[in-house]
Design a protein around this ligand. Structure first.
Ligand SMILES: NC(=O)c1ccc[n+]([C@@H]2O[C@H](COP(=O)([O-])OP(=O)(O)OC[C@H]3O[C@@H](n4cnc5c(N)ncnc54)[C@H](O)[C@@H]3O)[C@@H](O)[C@H]2O)c1
Length: 251
């Protein structure tokens, strides 16, 4: 039986850990060849060995998403290896817990360089390759914090709000080339990023107070919506934002 993204070429940033790793593994299970990228060399290599061990096809590229030159080189390498790119998941990102008053200009620059410029450059440099290939699907990973407020996360929220609306700009500009672009907004997902936030029962309880399903999610519960948007099952969906948050933003 053919997979849901059989024969597609998927490029996933931050694939060396957490959700990015799971997105990469699921895409490969569903028939895609996967370019796994990360600044975490060991994590990225581990992901591709997990994929290759199951008979999948993958390539690891170590690069920093905040560098435009590095993006250009990575896209060139992906296209020269696989011939084209059909799917981009802009997943790499960082988190920071700080009140506005404690957020330095360096903190803000780092946050925006990785979480916003990283996604912007990703779209900018993959789009010509997708256009040449006749279409594609871009999935940008925002957050529930890209749509609602919370304390001590202002720099992160500014970055994820930008990703949400940038997604809609790409959708509008590139619909004419058969390229779709959507955002995913995860809630509380169990990954290395949220390890500290969920370190005690009390902290987890506070984090989940507004989650109507009353539990955090496993990475794969986000990977399935990403896979759906990547596949032709979502052929009429673009510019959309999908909450994967156990109902957090519902109440
Ligand atoms: N975990 C959650 O609850 C949650 C909720 C909402 C949104 N998100 C978003 O989901 C995405 C994945 O998060 P995760 O929880 O899997 O985190 P994670 O920390 O496990 O993984 C993030 C990966 O991004 C990589 N990365 C960081 N900076 C990079 C850079 N400059 N260039 C290339 N790679 C870089 C890291 O090395 C890491 O492998 C992030 O964008 C995050 O903001 C996470």
């Amino acid at each position: 039986m053919a997979g849901r993204v059989e024969g597609k070429i998927a490029f996933i940033t931050g694939g060396g850990s957490g959700m990015g790793r799971e997105h990469a593994i699921l895409m490969a299970e569903e028939g895609a060849s996967v370019i796994v990228t990360d600044v975490n060399e060991a994590g990225g290599r581990e992901t591709i060995s997990m994929i290759n061990a199951k008979g999948g096809q993958s390539l690891f590229i170590n690069f920093d998403v905040s560098s435009e030159a590095a993006w250009q080189a990575a896209v060139n390498q992906a296209v020269s290896t696989f011939g084209r790119v059909d799917i981009l998941v802009n997943n790499a990102g960082i988190f920071m817990v700080k009140m506005i008053a404690d957020t330095s200009s360096e903190d803000l620059d780092r946050m925006l360089n990785i979480n916003v410029k990283g996604v912007f450059y990703g779209c900018k440099h993959i789009l010509p390759a997708m256009q040449k290939a006749g279409g594609g699907s871009i999935i940008n990973i925002s957050s529930i914090y890209g749509v609602i407020g919370a304390p001590a996360a202002s720099a992160y929220q500014a970055s994820k709000g930008a990703v949400r609306i940038l997604t809609k700009s790409v959708a509008v500009e590139y619909a004419q080339y058969n390229i779709r672009c959507n955002s995913i907004h995860p809630g509380a997902i169990r990954t290395p990023m949220t390890k500290d936030l969920m370190s005690s029962e009390e902290a987890t309880k506070a984090l989940l107070a507004s989650t109507i399903l009353r539990r955090p999610a496993e990475p794969r519960e986000v990977s399935y919506p990403v896979l759906f948007l990547a596949s032709s099952e979502a052929s009429y969906i673009t510019g959309a934002e999908i909450m994967v948050d156990g109902g957090y933003t519902t109440v």
